[in-house]
Design a protein around this ligand. Structure first.
Ligand code: HEC
Length: 79
């Protein structure tokens, strides 16, 4: 787990986990059609400017729909 600070810094933080998520919403034009959110370990939403705190990093990936990860290739032999 990683923790994203409001100033966009990223670092490991064992028990201070913040759970992040992205959700599709065509109305979210400023953030590439995604709603961004993050939560403290007890489930409270983190107040932040997601445009600078999240989208600034995900924005350059517009050819990949702003998503970093690739789908798992299940045709590869698993260990
Ligand atoms: C400092 C740059 C940076 C910031 C800021 C950032 N992310 Fe990410 N995000 C990444 C990177 C890099 C990955 C891919 C990590 C990996 O695959 O190990 C990622 C992955 C994700 C994923 C998994 C899907 C994907 O794109 O692979 C979600 C969901 C996500 N971030 C949501 C958020 C949310 C919500 C915020 C704001 C609270 C945020 N991110 C802020 C860089 C960032």
């Amino acid at each position: 787990m990683y923790k994203v600070e409001q100033d966009g810094e990223l670092y490991n933080e064992g028990s201070g986990a913040v759970y992040t998520m992205m959700k599709k919403d065509p109305a979210a034009e400023e953030t590439g059609g995604w709603l961004f959110a993050s939560f403290t370990p007890d489930g409270k939403p983190v107040e932040q400017d997601v445009k600078t705190g999240c989208f600034s990093c995900h924005q350059p990936l517009k050819d990949r729909d702003h998503v970093f990860s690739s789908p798992l290739n299940l045709s590869l032999p698993l260990p």
